[in-house]
Write a protein that binds this ligand. Structure first.
Ligand code: 4AD
Ligand code: MG
Length: 427
């Protein structure tokens, strides 16, 4: 692997295999080739006067993304990436292929058309590694706290979040929907396992064309028996801090490839500020926004509000009318619910939505009737309140929103390999 060459002694002959990442013929007698594999890149230099004619021709006639085997001598060179280059003695194309369609200065749209090839770029490679680690650390944190991972269905009979953004499908002649959230299934499992989480896709026919909406995204949904909203928020704060600190500590090189400075997370140990919904609305208005009590935060309002923080901020106690049916009302602040949205700083906005759930049967039925919900579709969910119900809370963290925030990406589509948006279902 390429990373091993960086640990090899100077003057040693090594053999590597990889894809041509850059290729430049310099004048009459030099070719610069940068080779990449999953572990890194290395500069290789071919000089006409020290190789056979066949090797020289092989070196000249490569394409970007040709797959090659190279033998060469390790040399220190300050100007090469990582301070090492290979002086090539042999180069063998294993798959020369065709001229690669991605060249310089291409539009975002084109890069999305050739996403299946663009995923080989250093930028996307770094982001996909980060996504892997982030998902791994999310699980690690919860597993260490005694949570069980459970796997929910994607095909459902009724929505978890309500609203008009459900994908309807034909299920053998009956209506079904792609899941909007796994929460209700996580709630089922707490009565067996007490602390559980799902890490699964969610589907929302979102019409919003913003930098933070996908039609298909992944959500982490922990659900905890006997947790109140305060414990719920503590857990969210600790989880977010754990993953960010571990990313910064173990993967500074990923931030470097992306041109980002890990210093952007230097305040992450600070306690996350908390605002009541009402205070957050006032703050948005102070900062030049226009919101009334009862409005939800749009992308612009979230950007305004979070522009003044360097750590995520909790907004709590939303009016119950703009939140989901299952949220418990706050007795101390009637008309508002025991919930939180966790908004990431610098305009990234909402990464988590969480709440205490209505756990008593009578209260839940009353709320569902107020909202004219068809309780028939939720009989099994109501059973959870009929038999051995207990207070509980949970939350949902959008994986791509979180990746976007951790790496400070410009657009959510880069946080997932194959983004699904209103206009894109391919590749
Ligand atoms: O706030 P939401 O809608 O909450 C729920 O679905 C709850 N059932 C979660 C729970 O309590 N178990 O979504 C949760 C998170 C959001 O904060 C956001 O990070 C992400 O999911 N999210 C999206 N991410 C990308 N594209 C979209 N269209 C998203 N919609 C929500
Ligand atoms: Mg939300």
């Amino acid at each position: 692997m390429i990373k091993d060459v960086f640990n090899a002694e100077e003057g040693k002959t090594v053999k590597i295999r990889g894809w041509v990442y850059r290729h430049r013929v310099l004048g009459e007698n030099k070719v610069f080739i940068v080779i990449r594999d999953s572990t890194g890149i290395i500069q290789c230099i071919v000089k006409k006067d020290v190789v056979s004619e066949k090797v020289w021709n092989n070196a000249v006639n490569l394409y970007i993304e040709s797959y090659v085997e190279i033998e060469g001598i390790v040399r220190k060179d300050e100007r090469a990436p990582g301070g090492i280059e290979l002086k090539v003695s042999n180069i063998e194309p294993i798959w020369k292929g065709f001229p690669f369609p991605i060249q310089k200065d291409l539009s975002e749209e084109f890069l999305l058309d050739v996403r299946h090839l663009w995923l080989r770029s250093r930028k996307m490679q770094a982001i996909m590694k980060a996504r892997h680690y982030i998902m791994d650390y999310l699980r690690e944190f919860l597993n260490n706290q005694g949570f069980y991972e459970i796997t929910p269905p994607m095909l459902t009979k009724a929505g978890a979040e309500g609203g008009s953004d459900m994908f309807e499908i034909d299920y053998f002649g009956k209506k079904a929907y792609l899941t909007q959230s796994s929460q209700l299934y996580a709630e089922v499992m707490i009565f067996s396992l007490e602390k559980v989480y799902t890490l699964a896709p969610c589907f929302r026919a979102e019409k919003s064309r913003t930098r933070k909406h996908l039609v298909e995204f992944w959500m982490l949904e922990p659900e905890m028996a006997f947790y109140n909203q305060e414990m719920n928020m503590q857990l969210q704060e600790e989880l977010v801090r754990y993953v960010i600190k571990k990313m910064v500590k173990e993967h500074e090189e990923i931030f470097e490839v992306l041109g980002k400075d890990v210093d952007m997370h230097k305040s992450i140990d600070k306690k996350f500020p908390r605002l009541l919904y009402e205070e957050a609305v006032n703050k948005v208005n102070e900062l030049g926004g226009k919101m009334k009590y009862g409005d939800d935060f749009g992308a612009d309002e979230e950007a305004l509000l979070t522009s003044v923080y360097d750590v995520p901020v909790f907004v709590t106690n939303f009016p119950k009318e703009i939140k989901a049916f299952y949220m418990e009302e706050d007795e101390k602040r009637p008309g508002t619910v025991l919930n939180d949205d966790l908004l990431a700083p610098k305009g990234h906005g909402e990464i988590i939505g969480g709440s205490e759930r209505i756990w008593e049967y009578d209260k839940l039925i009353k709320r569902m009737k107020e909202l004219n919900m068809n309780t028939k579709d939720y009989e099994w969910y109501l059973d959870l309140r009929r038999y051995g119900s207990v207070p509980h809370s949970g939350f949902g963290l959008g994986v791509e929103r979180f990746v976007k925030y951790v790496l400070d990406l410009n657009h959510i589509r880069d946080a997932i390999p194959f983004p699904r948006t209103i206009t894109r279902l391919e590749p």
